[in-house]
Design a protein around this ligand. Structure first.
Ligand code: COA
Ligand code: AMP
Length: 631
């Protein structure tokens, strides 16, 4: 039993170069690599160092070369606007190569950075691929982030061009991007050269300066351009993710490893072949969207669905089943929160029975721990395997999963299954020794990480080394804690830093605290993530005030909530800020956030030995109860 999987897995760990050489033979190279792994400058490993390739060529041109240009590459379905369209590989390549020419006309060349701040429309995918075509480095910023976050990313990436759209559509609300972009450009100290704006039908906005041009205008003098040759270790993109401070970390992806690893995952993890239809219901602003709406399915040459909508309310809790049925989707990948939302609206699965889901073979969940109740509910309804798998922006593909294309493993509810080939996952205890099966500790991955993971942080080699590779020399520290059981199943239990997961969106409580402490009446604050039935976690803010403040507590709370919405963005879902007398601290002044979280979630906690004043915990409990925050 499971011999095939364990053999492949062990081979990948014992003979990584042989394993990844074979994988790389399956992608297109202008020049095939002869050096598979350079380990001379640990922890900065280089995969396929002397290889020369191109991301866009592997996503589009290669399939046309093979005579598959008529195959549908992208299906766009927007229940929010009622728009639908399809693009073959040939059609998508033509659009991408033209827009790439337009970018070149704006002075964009190899290595230049381009920010993409767009809703889920085909033009966003076209912009990403066009960057790859000419060797520009894109940085997609999620539309739910506000101006301040966008400005941070403009400054850090020093982008030359920003591509946006006239608006996005959220249920009941139009997201006006232009004012958000204008504000970000004002806040950023780095100045971009050009803004390219896609005018959405029936929602055009005015462009005011020669620096601002429309998408159409950028195409007017553009010629179709070919793919440029890129070295394997040049960068494909930067994707910023939450760090422990307000300054996000620029995760970078090198080109050759990204193509090879992601293409490999489509068959081996997801069991997807060239003629299948695949759907990842996420957003291109998150890693799941980068890897599995855009790159991996296109590298594989299958059909990918781009969905502009929500699991519920656009128009109802049956929309996921409708998309699967309309396009004969074989597998869906989304966050557990999406299924919790559907379960809440339609626990009996009444909508489900209206659709033919005979094409559907598996559901993959990631982004947060999939709670067993949701998995069992989905299994009962869908009658297909429901697979929880674990990964991070840093890795861009799953660290642990049921590799359905190699050999199906049995489900253990609450576990994200076994380490995927390429990842030597271990657990280290606080005393720095390796944990035995079932012992809890920090989850780490032995170096080198496989191809497609992050070779460094954008312009921050030292931060990369210090943050991820220093506490456990020779290992990558994932900042997740948990255990591995006697069968090799990985159990992810919690984060070990101040990252919280809100509806599958990764957020830093530190970044929210930075905003709150800017309020003129706030003396100190703490943000904690408390358990929420729908979104997994929700941030709540605890505030203490400076003396002599005249405003009411209610006014200050409202102002703080508004500040977080404006500075971090609506996606933070920050709706609760309460004023309290004092925060519990250790004698050395460290705020006991973990203890407060346990109190709020009604979990057992130990009185911290170093607490300054034990009575304060009862006081906090009373405050949380008064505001209906106790879970
Ligand atoms: N642009 C602008 N605003 C956005 C946005 C975007 N792309 N995405 C979300 N927002 C806003 C929402 O409009 C909402 O604003 P509001 O406070 O005015 O209502 C806020 O951010 C929170 O959004 P969201 O987390 O989507 O919550 P929700 O209550 O609207 O919906 C779910 C809840 C569960 C349906 C939704 O979170 C969901 O579909 N999750 C899927 C998970 C997912 O895709 N995760 C990505 C990683 S895999
Ligand atoms: P992101 O970088 O946004 O993908 O978030 C990565 C983090 O999400 C991980 O470090 C985990 O804390 C959490 N996560 C992702 N997938 C899972 C999973 N299947 N089970 C538990 N936690 C997960």
């Amino acid at each position: 039993m499971n011999i095939k999987f364990s053999e492949i897995y062990l081979n990948s760990i014992k003979n990584p170069e042989e394993f990844w050489k074979k994988v790389s033979d399956d992608i297109f190279w202008f020049k095939k690599p002869t050096k598979i792994l350079n380990q001379s400058n640990s922890p900065f490993y280089k995969w396929y160092e002397d290889g020369v390739t191109n991301t866009c060529y592997n996503a589009l041109d290669v399939h046309i070369d093979k005579g598959r240009g008529d195959r549908t590459a992208l299906i766009y379905d927007s229940p929010i606007t009622g728009n639908k369209s399809k693009f073959t590989y040939q059609e998508l390549r033509d659009k991408v190569s033209k827009f790439a020419g337009g970018l070149q006309n704006q002075g964009i060349n190899k290595g230049d950075r381009v920010i993409i701040y767009m809703p889920m429309i085909p033009e966003a995918v076209i912009a990403m691929l066009a960057c790859g075509r000419i060797g520009a480095i894109h940085s997609v910023v999620f539309g739910g982030f506000a101006s301040n976050e966008l400005a941070n990313r403009i400054d850090d990436s020093k982008a030359k061009v920003l591509i946006t759209a006239s608006c996005g559509f959220e249920p009941g609300r139009t997201v006006e991007y232009k004012p958000l972009v204008d504000e970000a450009l004002k806040l950023a100290s780095h100045k971009i050269d050009k803004l390219i704006l896609f005018q959405r039908p029936d929602h055009e906005v005015e462009l005011k300066s020669p620096k601002e041009i429309s998408w159409e205008e950028s195409l007017s003098k553009a010629k179709n351009v070919d793919c440029v040759e890129m070295k394997s270790n040049e960068f494909a993109y930067i994707l910023y993710t939450s760090g422990t401070t307000g300054l996000p970390k620029g995760i970078v992806r090198d080109i050759g490893g990204h193509i090879a690893a992601l293409k490999w995952t489509m068959k081996n993890i997801y069991n997807i072949e060239e003629n299948d239809v695949w759907w990842s219901a996420s957003d291109i602003g998150w890693i799941v969207g980068h890897s599995y709406i855009v790159y991996a399915p296109l590298f594989k040459g299958c059909t990918t669905v781009l969905f502009e909508g929500k699991p519920v309310g656009t128009p109802d809790a049956g929309v996921f089943w409708k998309i699967i049925s309309d396009y004969k989707v074989k597998s869906l990948f989304t966050a557990p929160t999406a299924f919790r939302a559907i379960k809440k609206e339609d626990p009996e699965g009444k909508f489900f029975s209206k659709y033919d889901l005979s094409s559907f073979e598996s559901l993959f969940l990631a982004g947060e721990r999939a709670d067993p109740d949701t998995i069992k509910w989905a299994e009962k309804l869908l009658k297909v395997p429901v697979i929880d798998h674990w990964w991070q922006t840093e890795t861009s593909w799953a660290i642990s999963s049921n590799c359905t294309g190699i050999e199906m493993q049995k489900t253990k509810y609450g576990s994200a299954c076994k380490a995927v080939p390429g990842y030597d996952v271990k657990v280290i205890k606080p005393d720095q020794t390796l944990a035995k099966p079932n012992e809890m500790g920090d989850i780490v991955v032995k170096l080198p990480l496989p191809p497609g993971t992050f070779p460094t942080l954008w312009n921050a080699d030292q931060r990369y080394k210090e943050t991820y590779m220093t506490n456990y020399p020779g290992y990558y520290q994932t900042y997740d804690a948990g255990h591995i059981d006697e069968d090799g199943y990985v159990w992810i239990m919690s984060r070990t830093d101040d990252i919280i997961n809100v509806a599958g969106h990764r957020l830093s409580t530190g970044a929210i605290e930075e905003v709150l402490s800017e309020h003129q009446s706030v003396a100190e604050c703490a943000v904690i993530g408390i358990a929420d039935k729908l979104k997994g976690q929700l941030p709540i803010g605890l505030l203490t005030l400076k003396s002599g403040v005249e405003k009411s507590n209610e006014t200050i709370s409202k102002e703080c909530i508004q500040m977080v919405r404006e500075k971090v963005g609506p996606v933070a879902a920050f709706k609760t800020a309460i004023v309290i007398k004092r925060l519990p601290k250790t004698r050395s002044g460290k705020i006991l956030r973990g203890t407060v979280r346990k109190i709020a979630d009604n979990e057992p906690y130990k009185m911290p030995a170093t607490i300054d004043d034990p009575a304060i915990l009862d006081e906090i409990k009373g405050d949380l109860k008064k505001h209906n925050i106790l879970n």
